[in-house]
Design a binder for this molecule. Structure first.
Ligand SMILES: [Zn+2]
Ligand SMILES: [Zn+2]
Length: 646
């Protein structure tokens, strides 16, 4: 920590120029550097000699270590061959048995060409020889990846933005970079966090962090359980929107990312930081949200074009790397084990004056889909932690118990030729269930496989998982990459392609499982399935995830026998005669004991202060009581409360 009044590098006018010059001086003359500039949290060096990229790794690491910066080296645009010519060179160099996809993707923003190959090893060549040849002969840096077994249209949609809006995004990144590395005078700083949403409730996650120099928003989630979408956004008046340095999104659930496009609607043009899968999955669920709401005749707080603005302004970051996002804030994302790409957010503020972790939605034990959240951070003074399952009695049963319960229901369905309907979020729980079913049917052979229908956006969300395998658990990665056996592609998973097929599936006499969105029965194809299935006592409705108060899912889970379905055609009553079960243990959230273990065993130090959020009030208070006995200072703020940390 810097003492008040002491000079730091950042106080000296011309800090950013000095940084750029210092980086430039590290590069050898034969690199033929044409430009060095800020682009978002990176310093990017453009070189006319592509050969320099071959030594890229060592050089970048040295500079990063010396200046604590993230440096990227790219080829200068003038040395990159036109795409058509470059494509021909690529086809000539890579042998046909590598099985490359038809169209390499050229990203003019980064100077990279993405080549997907069935056998990436053959495309890269011995010691990277073919990769090097492509670089030297085309001026494009090849990124060679394994061809996913199915294409993800949402990944393609999002990636196209980098091409179409290339010059806009390039200028935007430079503006962001200049803002991050702006000269500022280090004052005696303060750190204040305002809870805009998810205070004493689940949903509407949003926190504003303010120092004397910068303002950052963590999540801009939608409230799910009441008529009111918005967190306490009155705090975010237009001046504040102009002042925001950054928005950080933890993961692609609507209660965390649902109102990010709303910020763009109201003029925000700054960056959103998140992981790569979070960018794809967010776009998927946000577009689906608008589409579904419009089809039900409901008003939405923003439109598709505002979602497109989010895509343009999104900067994706890796786990475990430190990035400057404001003059006095450094951000690191860590695996949260909740859904694909979900992150715990670590903020290192004002040269270490305070370190905060935001842990909203994480699982501190391995699931079939993902590895457990990390609880090793450089340093933490305050943690904001979810309490969704914070109650003393919220102990998830061991996995095998939950899985046995599911096996029991499947056996029952086979015996009675009945069907199991499982409401699920498209992202996360659905894929966890798919992997679990594969494990039960194929690995353990506990029961004969039956048809598993996948309805709503689940298939497309699964394709994003296949496009980003490095974010899956090490076990699944190993299976997909080295054993060539992909659980998601098992033949018993059948996508429901059109709503017209729903009555036929719902009325088939064979046993089957149907996994359908939405997870809390608030909309989506689950409503149609329910219409056809609810009155048959032979059918089963099985909840595997949290049902928020005020949702149809919660009503049915609590035993409501008559419920109202609201759709574009009007309101209708539905009699729930099917059997209703809840299975705990498939959760993407930590339970009471995992939450306690997570903070108590945090490395290298335990946080002094725990701020509980994202939970119903009784759960928050029970967890607070327990943590107080363990000598933590515990806070339980409501929405609108501001906490001064320094
Ligand atoms: Zn979540
Ligand atoms: Zn959440």
């Amino acid at each position: 920590m810097t003492e008040e009044g002491a000079l730091t590098a950042k106080e000296i006018i011309g800090y950013s120029e000095r940084l750029l010059n210092a980086v430039k001086s590290e590069l050898p003359p034969q690199a033929q550097v044409s430009d060095v500039r800020f682009e978002g949290p990176f310093i990017v060096v453009y070189c006319k000699n592509p050969e320099i990229l071959i030594y890229y790794d060592e050089l970048v690491k040295n500079i990063a270590r010396k200046y604590k910066l993230r440096v990227i080296i790219r080829t200068d645009e003038s040395v990159r061959k036109p795409e058509i010519e470059a494509e021909e060179v690529i086809y000539k160099i890579i042998p046909s048995d590598a099985g490359i996809s038809l169209k390499p993707f050229f990203n003019p923003l980064t100077g990279q060409v993405f080549i997907k190959a069935k056998k990436p090893g053959l495309a890269i060549g011995k010691d990277g020889s073919l990769r090097k040849r492509i670089l030297l002969e085309t001026g494009w840096e090849p990124v060679i990846k394994r061809l996913p077994p199915v294409n993800s249209s949402i990944v393609d949609y999002v990636q196209e933005f980098d091409r179409i809006y290339y010059s806009y995004i390039s200028k935007f990144l430079q503006k962001v970079g200049e803002r991050i590395y702006r000269t500022y005078v280090l004052k005696k700083n303060k750190v204040r966090v305002t809870v805009l949403g998810s205070g004493l409730e689940v949903g509407g996650n949003a926190f504003l962090i303010e120092t004397k120099e910068s303002k950052v928003l963590i999540d801009a989630g939608m409230r799910l359980s009441s008529e009111e979408f918005f967190p306490y956004f009155d705090f975010l008046d237009s001046t504040l929107i102009d002042d925001l340095d950054a928005v950080v999104v933890t993961h692609a659930h609507l209660d965390h990312v649902g109102l990010v496009p709303y910020l763009y609607k109201y003029g925000y043009r700054g960056p959103v930081y998140c992981t790569e899968p979070t960018r794809y999955l967010s776009v998927l669920i946000l577009r689906d949200y608008v589409k579904t709401a419009v089809s039900q005749g409901l008003l939405t707080p923003y439109s598709m074009s505002d979602i497109d603005e989010f895509i343009k302004h999104c900067i994706t970051l890796d786990y475990d790397k430190v990035y400057d996002i404001a003059p006095d804030m450094r951000l690191t994302l860590y695996n949260a084990g909740h859904i694909l790409g979900s992150a715990l957010v670590h903020l290192h503020i004002a040269e270490g004056i305070h370190n905060i972790v935001f842990a909203s939605d994480f699982r501190f034990s391995n699931t079939r889909l993902l590895d457990a959240a990390t609880n090793v951070f450089p340093r933490v003074e305050t943690i904001f932690m979810e309490a969704t399952y914070g109650g003393e009695k919220d102990i998830h049963p061991p996995r095998h118990v939950a899985e046995n319960q599911l096996v029991g229901l499947i056996k029952h369905a086979i015996r009675n030729r009945s069907k199991i309907l499982i409401p699920s979020f498209a992202v996360g729980r659905a894929q966890e269930l798919m992997i679990t079913l594969w494990h039960i049917f194929v690995e353990l052979k506990l029961v004969e496989p039956i048809d598993v229908y996948i309805a709503g956006m689940i298939s497309e969300a699964t394709n994003v998982h296949l496009a980003c395998p490095s974010f899956l658990s090490r076990r699944i990665q190993h299976m997909i990459l080295s054993k060539d056996s992909n659980p998601f592609l098992a033949e018993f998973f059948i996508p429901v392609d059109s709503p017209e097929s729903i009555p036929e599936i719902a009325n088939r006499p064979q046993p089957a499982i149907i996994i359908s969105t939405n997870g809390m029965i608030q909309g989506g194809p689950i409503l149609d399935f329910l219409r056809y299935m609810s009155e048959d006592p032979n059918n089963m409705l099985v909840f595997v995830s949290y049902q928020a108060p005020g949702t149809l899912g919660r009503q049915i889970q609590r035993g409501a026998q008559i419920v109202r379905l609201v759709s574009a055609e009007g309101t209708r009553e539905l009699h729930i005669k099917m059997a209703v079960h809840s299975i705990k243990g498939f959760s993407g959230h930590s339970d009471h004991s995992e939450l306690i273990k997570f903070v108590s065993e945090m490395q290298p130090n335990k946080p002094k202060r725990v701020v509980l959020i994202h939970g119903d009030p009784p759960k928050i208070y029970e967890l607070a009581k327990k943590l107080s006995t363990l000598k933590f200072e515990v806070l339980t703020p409501g929405n609108g409360d501001a906490i001064s940390l320094v």
